[in-house]
Every structure is written in structure tokens, then in C-alpha cells.
Write a protein that binds this ligand. Structure first.
Ligand SMILES: [Zn+2]
Length: 399
């Protein structure tokens, strides 16, 4: 906020617009008081923003019979953004307004391993058809937020040695998309955008939280003091390869041994149950989906394995709690669909091993945004850019 206030001094239209991002309506008199600018300057800037459709006078139908009131507010329908969540085997895409309301959405089976041209080509075609379906022009689209299932160098939007994404390493995602669409492209890894999506959907006032994704891999997204933490190279929160005590000699695909992922991620659980001869509905348990179904159906061996995975994850999260002091840990990803058993294991360790003050107001909960966390989070990064000084300056010609 301090930065916003500073930029308001000598305010351009874009800087003035930042005041409206909290969604509150304001009068010109209030803006004069807030900024110290002359009323004539405010008038000029507001007129420019209203002409672009970014601000609109509130209509107060009750007291004035529909005449415009003196209050002005952000107009969330002025433009749109697109949110895209690529998983290993599926992609979801949504068009939202500037308040994050979903106007259209679609999803498709797609292998991320088919490479960037195939996946992003589908994305470009789908964005065009969805915009056409909404009777919108490409110029109405300001930004595209994309989540990818691997590490992403945040400053460039390029994937960085992603283990399950052949052909994507260092691929210029924004550059490729901008050959076809003009909108600004923002790329982040899927767990980071899920953290933002979970926060927006379920914990809007919470400034310190960890989102943990447990599925075929394990990772986390960290929000600290209200800001998503990406770290120096964009891999902050990548806790899947932290060694756990009982892991000692178990080899991991990363080359080390005893990693959390090698002990508690979906493939590890399926393998362990399979080797023990565990069955579900007369068939061997062979994949993560079997583990989830067997756990939900009350199969004891599967429940025990999932609960132990919760304890293993809890061991690493206990350290995170000491470092970050979050007030919420949200557990998502497909393994969380196994229900309370995973959470029970996490809680058992985190609450018993953390310092009392750190857990006094700590909530450990299942993700509430569920499968939508990624798509909501991708819209959050796109909208955050769309409403920024940089983006509005482009629209107003930096007036
Ligand atoms: Zn590892």
C-alpha cells in the first residue's frame, strides 16, 4: 500500500486506478482528498478510465430512479483474462472477468509430454473459440495466466528442467503464445497457482499459509505476509525431495534417497501396497487411483499406507511450520481425495512436534477449492497483472 500511495503522487490514470482495486466505490471529492490532486486533474483521469470502460459510475436505482450517482467503481466486465491449468494428463481453461467470475470454461485430456507446440497450440485455438463464443474480441483479452506441472523460471516464464515435461525445458512460452495472441502471458508452476487459488477461494484474509499438493509428486506453495514466495529461482516450496527419517535407503527418481516423494507420493504408496499383495475388489492395487478408491472403501492396508504418508508429509511440514509460522495448511492434490486419513496423519505429527505457540491457531484442512484451485489461481495472476499500473498505462497511453 505504501508503494501505491507513493505512486499516486503526481498520479497517472493508472496510478489513480490502483485506488479502486479494493472494489470500493468512491466520489471525486474523496479522490481529491486521498491524492491531493486538483479536482480538474482527477476529472481528466477519471474520464479517461471511464471511456476505456475500466471504471463506471454506480447507478443508484432506489434514490435517483436510475440516474448515475456521484460514486465511481471498478467495472469488472471491462475486459477479460484467461486462466489455464496444465496437468500431466489434462488441461482446464477458463475465461474470467476482472473480478474472477468464470464466463466460460472447458477442459480436455492432454499429455503435457506431447510438448509445448501441441499443448499451447490447443490453448491458442481454444482461447479464440471461447472468446468468439462469448462474442468478445481478442483485444478484450488482457492477460493469460498459465500453470505448468514443473519448475518455472518466474522472470521469463520458461520451464526449468521439468521432470515430466519433455521438450519444455527453457521453452519460451510467452514468446510462442505472442506469435498468435497479443495478451500478456504469465507462467508459474501449478502448486504456486493452486496456493493462490486456494487462498482466494477459501482463505481470503489469511496472509500466511502453505498449500500442499500430494499426488504423483509432492510440492507446496507458500504465501507469507500475503505474498506468494517463489524464491531466487522459482522453486521455493519444492519439498518433495527433503529427506525424511524413515526414508534412509529408499532410492528416489531425483538420484538421492529417502526423499518424502519416494516414501509418500502416490506411486510409492501403490508400489508398497502392490508388493504387499494388497487387493481391492479382487484386483491388485497398482496405481494411485486404486489407492484412493481402496482407502475410501475402508480397506485397512490402504488406510494405513495413506495415514503413514500423512505422517511423513507432516514430518516435513513441521519444519515448514517452524520456519514460516503459517495459520493455515491446506492439503490438496489427488491423494487428498482419499479423505480424512491423510489429514489425520499430517495433524498427528504437526500438532505433536511443533511448538505450542505455532499450532495454537494453526488450521490443517483439506483444500476447499479442490480441482478448481489451479484455474482460480491462474486467473489471480492474470487479473493481478491486468489491473497493474504497467497494464493500465498501456491502455491509457500513460496519461
Ligand atoms: Zn528425491
Amino acid at each position: 500500500m505504501a508503494e501505491t500511495q507513493k505512486k499516486i503522487t503526481g498520479a497517472s490514470s493508472a496510478a489513480l486506478f490502483q485506488i479502486f482495486r479494493d472494489g470500493q466505490a468512491r466520489t471525486k471529492a474523496e479522490l481529491v482528498e486521498l491524492t491531493g490532486l486538483a479536482r480538474s486533474t482527477i476529472q481528466l483521469r477519471i474520464d479517461a478510465l471511464i471511456e476505456l470502460g475500466l471504471l463506471a459510475p454506480l447507478t443508484d436505482a432506489v434514490s435517483t430512479g436510475g440516474r448515475p450517482s456521484a460514486q465511481i467503481a471498478l467495472n469488472p466486465t471491462a475486459r477479460v483474462v484467461v486462466a489455464v491449468d496444465f496437468g500431466a494428463t489434462k488441461v482446464s481453461l477458463a475465461v474470467t472477468d476482472l473480478a474472477g467470475n468464470i464466463l466460460a470454461r472447458t477442459s480436455s485430456k492432454m499429455l503435457i509430454a506431447d510438448g509445448p507446440e501441441t499443448c499451447l497450440g490447443w490453448m491458442v485455438r481454444t482461447i479464440r473459440s471461447e472468446l468468439a463464443g462469448l462474442k468478445l474480441k481478442e483485444a478484450d483479452l488482457i492477460a493469460i495466466g498459465i500453470g505448468l506441472p514443473g519448475p518455472v523460471e518466474h522472470s521469463t516464464g520458461k520451464p526449468s528442467n521439468p521432470p515430466i515435461m519433455p521438450g519444455w525445458d527453457a521453452f519460451n512460452v510467452p514468446g510462442f503464445v505472442n506469435q498468435h495472441l497479443k495478451a500478456t502471458v504469465l507462467v508459474d508452476n501449478d502448486v504456486n497457482i493452486m496456493a493462490l487459488g486456494e487462498q482466494k477461494f477459501a482463505w481470503p484474509g489469511v496472509e500466511n499459509m502453505i498449500f500442499l499438493k500430494a499426488s504423483t509428486g509432492i510440492g507446496s506453495g507458500i504465501i507469507s505476509s500475503g505474498v506468494l514466495q517463489r524464491g531466487a529461482e522459482g522453486i521455493a516450496g519444492d519439498i518433495g525431495h527433503v529427506q525424511i527419517a524413515r526414508g534412509s535407503n529408499v532410492p528416489c527418481r531425483c538420484g538421492n534417497s529417502g526423499c518424502l516423494e519416494a516414501m509418500a507420493a502416490g506411486p510409492a504408496l501403490a508400489e508398497k501396497l502392490s508388493l504387499a499383495g494388497a487387493q481391492f475388489k479382487g484386483k491388485p492395487i497398482a496405481a494411485l487411483v486404486d489407492v484412493i478408491e481402496a482407502t475410501k472403501a475402508g480397506e485397512l492396508a490402504a488406510i494405513q499406507a495413506v495415514r503413514q504418508a500423512g505422517r511423513d508429509i507432516g514430518e516435513v511440514l513441521t519444519t515448514c511450520v517452524s520456519v514460516l509460522n503459517p495459520s493455515v495448511i491446506a492439503i490438496g492434490g489427488s491423494l487428498a481425495l482419499a479423505g480424512e486419513h491423510l489429514l489425520a496423519g499430517v495433524r498427528e505429527v504437526v500438532y505433536s512436534r511443533s511448538m505450542p505457540l505455532a499450532t495454537e491457531h494453526l488450521t490443517v484442512a483439506q483444500s476447499r477449492a479442490g480441482v478448481d484451485a489451479g484455474i482460480i489461481g491462474a486467473s489471480v495472476i492474470a487479473i493481478d497483472y491486468a489491473l497493474s499500473i504497467e497494464s493500465i498505462d498501456l491502455m491509457t497511453g500513460a496519461l
